[in-house]
Structures are given as structure tokens and as C-alpha cells.
Design a protein around this ligand. Structure first.
Ligand SMILES: Cc1cc2nc3c(=O)[nH]c(=O)nc-3n(C[C@H](O)[C@H](O)[C@H](O)COP(=O)(O)O)c2cc1C
Length: 340
């Protein structure tokens, strides 16, 4: 019988994951003081998945500016004061053997906050949401610097991996898609110009961060005039040249659209990008069973398996998966008597 891949370690640069199971970023909207700081909820929630033997835990979209929050309750990394709480959380996750990642984000026109919001073009997401202000070049540069500062703070907090949130219709995605970017300057128009904002963020982050860098993309806009996986294969080639280590492949949410959802519905674009750009990928989206995860890995369709909602239901999913596949995984010492 061939080796079970889901529980094979995976090395990226200096970081070794003990298995291929990744907790996908999930906003908890739990900073009730609206200060972006880690609190008891975050310490409990993320540490539980580390106890559950998840290989890599990626923290929820963490905003690089107050204006870039999806909600006032988002985690933040725009201030040096955020580092202490994040470092405490990183230590807890690592002490249980998980690698620690953080998703750096900016909501752009999808920010639901008081005051002005910004985007590449002054087009609202829908009738209920605010119309954003078109970003000036100065604001573009300030935002790139905010991503760089966020990466510096993530490094100080001890994170192993940084993921840039380029998906789900948030700011970076708004620059990439022709549906949301109608600019006439060097940040809009051609594919090369629409990629420039992300390109400059990657370069800025890499000046201060030499650890593994992931980018999450929405590889399908689900719109006839939008982007599709083939466009992202091209972008992924450039990302690879820039030193990005893995593309976390999601889809949708840049404009309101109907998304056909079924088990593994985003695996195909993850496979296309992996082989088309020759870069490691993570597959995500309605992956719920171990046999499904194992199929994706054994057929070389992605390198890592990202789980979101299944890990909300079952923080010990790695144990569930090991049982399903007949694999042995080491429990936390304290749980040995109950792990069988
Ligand atoms: C509660 C919740 C919060 C989420 N927040 C984020 C987020 O902060 N960043 C992100 O890229 N995706 C976010 N997502 C999307 C998930 O990471 C994942 O891509 C999606 O849920 C599909 O995977 P699943 O079928 O395993 O849940 C969120 C999903 C849920 C359910």
C-alpha cells in the first residue's frame, strides 16, 4: 500500500509542516473592543486546532490599516501594539506543534466601517455597500507600505508563514480584476498594469520577510468579462518569479455572482495553477473527508489541503482523518488515553 500523503511532512524553505492539513483563514469578528487585538477567544479558538494536530494554522484576514478592516471587530496588525498579543498566540500554537501563519489583508471597497473607504475605482460592490473613493497614487504607496509594515510585525510576532489576501474581492483582488479596476494609470488597463499593485506588495514584503510567502487568489470571477483560472496561471508564473512559495486557490466574491458549489469545487483551478505555473498550491473549498483530501494529494492536484468550516465543526479533524485512512498520528500526551 502506498504511503498516506495527508500525514507526510511538507517542507517550505526553513519551515516543516508535520502534515498537509492547513486551517484556512477564517474571520472571527471577535475584537469586541474594536482595537484589532488578540483576546481570549483567539487564544482558545486557534490553540484548540493546534491541540487537534493541524499542521499549519493560518490566522484570519488581519488588517494592515484600520480603514482596511472588513468589520470593526477584525484582527489588526497596523500598530506595534498588536505584536504582543499575536506573539502570545504564535507561541501557544507552536508549543502544540503547529506552524503559525497569518493572512494579511485590506478590504478595500468591501470594508464595512465608519468613514471613507478606498478602492482602485469608485464602484460599490452592490447597492447596499458604500461607494469607495478611487485611490490616489499616494494612497497606493501608503497601502503597499502598510503591507510591508504588517509583514515586519508578523515577523516580530514569530509567525512561520505569511499569506497575502488577494482573493474574495478584497483590495488586491479589486486591482487584479477588470470588473473592479477601471483605472487609466499604470495600475489599471492591461493585465500587467492590474497586477502591478500586488507585484509591488510582494516586492515590499520580501524586503523584510524571507520566510515562506503564500498568496490567496480568487481564480474565477464567475463573470463573462472577468478573470478565470487561465489568467491566474499567468499571474502565478510571475508570482513564482517574484519568490512566492505557494498559491492558495479560492474563487469568487469580486462581484456578486452565482457560484456553482459542490465537493472540491475549487480543486480544478488549484490543479491548473500547480501544473500550469509549476508552483505549489493549496486546495480549498468543501473538502470534508480524508479520502477526498487524500485523492487530491495522491493525484498531484495540490500540495496542501486547506479546510475551513470542517475545522469549525471538528477541531480534531486530523484525528478523524487518521482514523478514516488508517494512519497513526501522535496525540498530545495528555490525550493519549482517549485518542484511540
Ligand atoms: C467563518 C468564515 C470566515 C472566513 N474568513 C476568511 C478570511 O478571513 N480569509 C479568507 O481568505 N477566507 C475566509 N473564509 C473562507 C475560507 O477560508 C474558505 O476558503 C471557505 O470557507 C471554503 O472552504 P470550506 O468549504 O472548507 O469552508 C472564511 C470562511 C468562513 C466559514
Amino acid at each position: 500500500m502506498s504511503k498516506i500523503k495527508l500525514f507526510e511532512p511538507y517542507k517550505i524553505k526553513n519551515v516543516e509542516l508535520k502534515n498537509r492539513i492547513v486551517m484556512a483563514p477564517m474571520c472571527m469578528y471577535s475584537c469586541h473592543d474594536e482595537d484589532g487585538k488578540v483576546n481570549d477567544w483567539h487564544l482558545t479558538h486557534y490553540t484548540s486546532r493546534a491541540v487537534g494536530q493541524v499542521g499549519l494554522i493560518i490566522l484570519e484576514a488581519t488588517s494592515v490599516t484600520p480603514q482596511g478592516r472588513i468589520s470593526p471587530q477584525d484582527l489588526g496588525i497596523w500598530d506595534d501594539d498588536h505584536v504582543e498579543g499575536l506573539a502570545k498566540l504564535v507561541n501557544l500554537m507552536k508549543s502544540h506543534g503547529s506552524a503559525a501563519g497569518i493572512q494579511l489583508g485590506h478590504a478595500g471597497r468591501k470594508a464595512v466601517i465608519d468613514g471613507e473607504i478606498i478602492a482602485p475605482s469608485a464602484i460599490p460592490f452592490n447597492d447596499e455597500m458604500k461607494t469607495p473613493k478611487e485611490m490616489t497614487k499616494e494612497e497606493i504607496n501608503e497601502t503597499i507600505t502598510a503591507f510591508q509594515k504588517g509583514a515586519e510585525r508578523a515577523k516580530k510576532a514569530g509567525f512561520d508563514i505569511i499569506e497575502l489576501h488577494g482573493a474574495h474581492g478584497y483590495l488586491i483582488n479589486q486591482f487584479l480584476s477588470p470588473l473592479t479596476n477601471k483605472r487609466n494609470d499604470e495600475y489599471g488597463g492591461s493585465a500587467e498594469n492590474r497586477y502591478r499593485f500586488l507585484q509591488e506588495i510582494i516586492d515590499a514584503v520580501k524586503e523584510v520577510w524571507d520566510g515562506p510567502l503564500f498568496v490567496r487568489v480568487s481564480a474565477r470571477d464567475y463573470h463573462p468579462d472577468g478573470l478565470d483560472a487561465e489568467n491566474y496561471v499567468q499571474m502565478a508564473k510571475t508570482m513564482k518569479d517574484q519568490g512566492v512559495d505557494l498559491i492558495d486557490v479560492s474563487t469568487g466574491a469580486v462581484v456578486p455572482a452565482r457560484i456553482p458549489v459542490f465537493p472540491g469545487y475549487q480543486v480544478k483551478p488549484a490543479e491548473m495553477i500547480k501544473h500550469g505555473a509549476d508552483i505549489p498550491t493549496g486546495a480549498v473549498g468543501l473538502i470534508t473527508s480524508a479520502i477526498q483530501a487524500e485523492e487530491i494529494l495522491q493525484n498531484d492536484r495540490s500540495d496542501l489541503i486547506f479546510l475551513a468550516r470542517e475545522l469549525l465543526r471538528d477541531p480534531y479533524w486530523p484525528r478523524t482523518a487518521a482514523k478514516e485512512l488508517g494512519a497513526d498520528i501522535t496525540p498530545p500526551k495528555q490525550y493519549e488515553r482517549g485518542w484511540i
